[in-house]
Each structure stands twice: as structure tokens, then as C-alpha cells.
Design a protein around this ligand. Structure first.
Ligand code: NAP
Length: 261
């Protein structure tokens, strides 16, 4: 069988970059997408050399509504058929909803949720036709509860988890699989981009991007629908199910450092 073609969004840093290394180790052909073309080129050059794989770079701002259709046109022009889609690109913003720039939060919805859905809708039919491949969505432990102090971000990740679980049922028996990987705090550029005032505890329990990617990649290969990274994240995700929502909201508000008036 030919090497799988894996398209990874947000492969220029953090978890996406680490996932690119995992799929490269499988011998996959990679299509790397993000805005920083130089970082993608450096990664592609490294993986071509060390893993002897084919790697292609497509710089794109995926927060632009026209980006998914352009990306598809680019793939078709290059004769690339995507077997595995890794929807990883995303960002957050910390602060009260009303105090954060609205445009930035709408951009977050566009990238974290609309682009993810759009790319899935464009690439899934080809996978089904070939009865090969699947989708790995990077959600978050933020998906399991409302997030005062990062309201839109948590809501986008709740969508990613719900969408993934629903599609997993719809895809049953097709030979395709879909996985949502749910990292907790992870040491990447995410905190800086989100302007987070990280609490000491959060910093202490942070995982490395490599460990998160390894677990997500393994879960995807095993056909798992939901992968929560690490026991320290699995336990709270389990506990919130039995906890009143009002209590969960208040705890999350404290963790996100939202001051009471
Ligand atoms: N770090 C955490 O604590 C954590 C926890 C749970 C979930 N996550 C999720 O993990 C995913 C990856 O984040 P990360 O932690 O690895 O952070 P990161 O190091 O900031 O990486 C984010 C990636 O997304 C890309 N990206 C951002 N905006 C983009 C845009 N408009 N168009 C195209 N690409 C864009 C960035 O590339 P360019 O800047 O080159 O465009 C970068 O490659 C996100 O979905 C995030 O929500 C992170």
C-alpha cells in the first residue's frame, strides 16, 4: 500500500509540530499547513532528511473563510489525496468575554471550529470513497466544562469534542476512524498567544507537546474516539460529570483567574 498522506494544520509549532514527527516516523507523506512558512520549511527539510519521507509545505492563514477551499484547490493541483486530516491549528484568549476584542474571538471561532468543520467536509468524502484514513482533531480538556475567563475558547473545544464523537458514530463500519485528543495544559506557544496569566499549579502540571502528540497519535492509530492526555487531566474530566454545573463553573472561574466584582 502507498504511504498515507497526512495533512496537519498548525504544524509550525507545539503539538502540531510534534504530531508531524509522529506521522513522519510512520513513513507518511506530510502536507504541513500554518502561517509561518519558514518554520514549516525547516520542519519539512528535517523530516525529509531524517525520515526519508515526502513533505510538502502550504503556508496559509486558516482563519480566513476562503482558506479551506483554496487549500483544497492547492491539493488538487498538486495531485495530493489526503488520507488523514489532523485539525490542530487553534488559539485561545484569556479574559472576560466582554473585555476581549470581539474580532479576535470571532477569528477564534473561525479557526478552531469553522475551518475544522470546513476542512472535514471537503476531505471526508474522498476518504470515504477510498475507504481509507481518518481524522485527528485536537480538542482540549476545556471541552468538558464551561470556561469563565476563556468563554469562547472552551465553547469552541466543546464543539470539537461533540462533533468528533457524533462523526465517530456516523463513520462506524466505513473503515475510517476519528479521534479527539484532549490535552490539558501543555508547554507550547499557546499560553503566550492567549495572553494567559498562568497559575503556578497549571504550570506544574503542564505536559510536553511531544508526550501529548505521542498519546494522541497512538490513540488515533488504535481507533480510539476520545483520548484525554494524562491521569491528571483524566481525573477532573471524569469528576466534572458527577459535579453540579454551578460548582464546575465556579471552580473553572477560579482556575482562570477571573476576579469577582
Ligand atoms: N497548549 C495547551 O495548553 C493546549 C491545551 C489544550 C489544547 N490545545 C490545543 O492544541 C492546538 C495546538 O496548539 P499548541 O498548544 O500547539 O499552540 P501553538 O504552539 O501556539 O501552536 C498553534 C499552531 O496553530 C497555528 N495557527 C494559529 N493561528 C493560525 C492561523 N490563523 N492559520 C493557520 N495556522 C494557525 C500556529 O502556526 P502559525 O502561527 O505559523 O500560523 C501553530 O502552528 C490548539 O488547537 C490548541 O487549542 C493546547
Amino acid at each position: 500500500m502507498n504511504a498515507e498522506t497526512v495533512l496537519i494544520t498548525g504544524a509550525s509549532s507545539g503539538i502540531g509540530l510534534a504530531l508531524a514527527r509522529c506521522f513522519a516516523a510512520d513513513g507518511c507523506r506530510l502536507v504541513l499547513v500554518a502561517r509561518k512558512g519558514d518554520a514549516l520549511e525547516a520542519l519539512a527539510a528535517e523530516l525529509r532528511k531524517t525520515r526519508k519521507i515526502q513533505a510538502q509545505v502550504i503556508p496559509a492563514d486558516l482563519a480566513r473563510p476562503e482558506a479551506p477551499a483554496r487549500l483544497l484547490a492547492h491539493l488538487q493541483a498538486a495531485g495530493l489525496k489526503v488520507d488523514v486530516l489532523v485539525n490542530n491549528a487553534g488559539f485561545g484568549a484569556q479574559g472576560k468575554f466582554v473585555e476581549l476584542p470581539l474580532a479576535r474571538q470571532l477569528e477564534m471561532i473561525q479557526l478552531n471550529l469553522t475551518t475544522l468543520t470546513h476542512l472535514t467536509g471537503l476531505l471526508l468524502p474522498g476518504m470515504l470513497e477510498r475507504r481509507r484514513g481518518g481524522i485527528l482533531n485536537v480538542a482540549s480538556t476545556a471541552a468538558f466544562q464551561p470556561g469563565p475567563g476563556m468563554a469562547v475558547y472552551y465553547a469552541t473545544k466543546a464543539y470539537v469534542l461533540s462533533f468528533t464523537e457524533a462523526l465517530a458514530e456516523e463513520l462506524a463500519g466505513t473503515g475510517l476512524t476519528i479521534t479527539a485528543v484532549c490535552p490539558g495544559p501543555t508547554t507550547t506557544n499557546f499560553g503566550r498567544a492567549a495572553n494567559m496569566r498562568t497559575l503556578g499549579l497549571v504550570r506544574k502540571i503542564s505536559m510536553s507537546a511531544e508526550a501529548v502528540a505521542r498519546q494522541g497519535h497512538r490513540g488515533f492509530r488504535r481507533g480510539r474516539v476520545v483520548v484525554i492526555n494524562g491521569f491528571r487531566n483524566q481525573l477532573p474530566a471524569f469528576l466534572v460529570r458527577g459535579c453540579p454545573r454551578a460548582v464546575v463553573r465556579k471552580i473553572t472561574r477560579r482556575l482562570n483567574n477571573v476576579k469577582y466584582p
